[in-house]
Write a protein that binds this ligand. Structure first.
Ligand code: GTP
Length: 361
């Protein structure tokens, strides 16, 4: 994802450079035709082609904004056309004009360097044909001046290219770091800070993913600590928080990693049991109830239920991915479990019709 983002950004940046390159070439070709450096052969087929190709590519990019042009290919074509133009002009001159060669060379290097400061391949594709042609036409007569004209911008663009690469690397590292932090924040916003369990948002996220891949039968458990208000009132809020943390861990330990455990409310939890049958769901509910009971957290104010902390559980099937309906049924079963004495599991009527309002201890 990150790499894709980055390469898309880079491609976009290179396409912008190409637009600048095409614009400068179109302008330069037009200007050379109107006001040529020498009087021989103002208008040649290659220079007209430079103008046509540059303007056509620019127009094509304007219309097809999302489509990419092969930058190296088009730069090479334009480089070759300029080389052809220079060759025709110099061949038509009675005496070879070295100042024309130098001006032509500098113009091409200037356009290449200013457009492709961050793309050395495209720079070479655009400038190499002209450079080689000029050296060939000169036949070594003025090589120190020509070499100087190349070395200066060549060194300049190489240094600028290195600086740009360093900036790009820095930006890429920064982007990766920001994406990592965004992911961490995203994860944190889906977790309950006290227990580390999913909060409702986290549940929704897991639930949506589950629906897109799973196809089996799922069950919902709603769990509520018994007489927790009395626990808080008598042992204090801090002890209450500790108890909540221990109960959360016990629930999480009693289910499989694919099941989704959520802190649903203050002292209420929800477990989504994935791909199980009714019997397995009931067994898991019983395992959770027992694990919490076995924590042996003293609760002398758990009325007549026990002398330590207990939970009540309501169980319902998840039908046709209707979570609201499943929760409503599980809540009904939990209510009955509370009414019938707590520390128990009640199942929704629709789950086990023969055992309506059956308590399991
Ligand atoms: N320590 C602590 N207590 C909490 C937290 N969230 C909710 N509670 C407490 O949980 C208690 C829930 O009480 P009630 O809803 O009256 O239910 P109960 O006392 O457990 O009684 P039954 O559910 O009928 O067994 C309240 O006193 C809340 O203050 C929390 O994050 N930490």
């Amino acid at each position: 994802m990150t790499a894709t983002n980055w390469s898309t950004l880079l491609k976009g940046k290179h396409q912008l450079s190409l637009r600048l390159f095409l614009l400068l070439n179109a302008f330069s070709a037009g200007f050379s035709m109107i006001s040529p450096a020498t009087n021989t052969q103002h208008i040649t087929v290659p220079i007209v082609m430079v103008l046509v190709v540059s303007l056509s590519c620019l127009l094509w990019q304007l219309v097809n904004k999302k489509k990419l042009i092969n930058i190296n290919f088009i730069s090479l074509i334009i480089g070759l056309l300029w080389a052809g133009h220079i060759y025709i002009k110099v061949s038509a001159m009675p005496n070879k004009d070295v100042s024309f060669l130098i001006i032509a060379l500098l113009a091409i290097l200037f356009i290449g360097a200013i457009s492709y400061i961050n793309n050395i391949q495209a720079f070479l594709a655009a400038c190499l044909p002209v450079t080689l042609t000029i050296f060939w036409l000169d036949q070594g007569a003025n090589w120190p001046r020509l070499l100087y004209s190349i070395v200066l911008p060549g060194v300049g663009i190489t240094i600028q290219h290195i600086i740009h690469q360093r900036h790009d690397n820095f930006t890429r590292r920064l982007m990766n770091k920001l994406l990592e932090e965004k992911e961490t924040l995203n994860d944190l916003s889906m977790l309950d800070p006290l227990t580390g369990l999913n909060n409702r948002r986290g549940f929704k996220n897991r639930f949506d993913t589950l629906l897109s891949v799973g196809s089996g039968q799922h069950y919902i458990l709603l769990l509520d600590i018994d007489h927790f208000k009395a626990y808080n009132d008598n042992y204090g809020h801090n002890m209450g928080d500790k108890a909540l943390t221990h109960v959360s861990a016990a629930i999480r330990d009693a289910v499989r990693s694919r099941d989704v455990v959520t802190r649903y409310g203050g002292e209420e939890f929800m477990v989504l049991l994935v791909d199980v049958d009714a019997e397995q769901a009931l067994q898991t509910a019983e395992r959770i109830r027992k694990r919490v009971y076995d924590l042996n957290i003293q609760h002398m104010f758990n009325k007549s239920v026990a002398t330590h902390l207990t939970i009540s559980i309501g169980l319902a099937a998840l039908e046709q991915h209707d979570i609201e309906e499943a929760l409503r049924k599980a809540d009904g079963a939990l209510y009955r479990a509370k009414r019938q004495g707590r520390n128990s599991i009640f199942v929704s009527e629709t789950l086990l019709p023969a055992q309506t309002e059956t308590a399991h201890f």
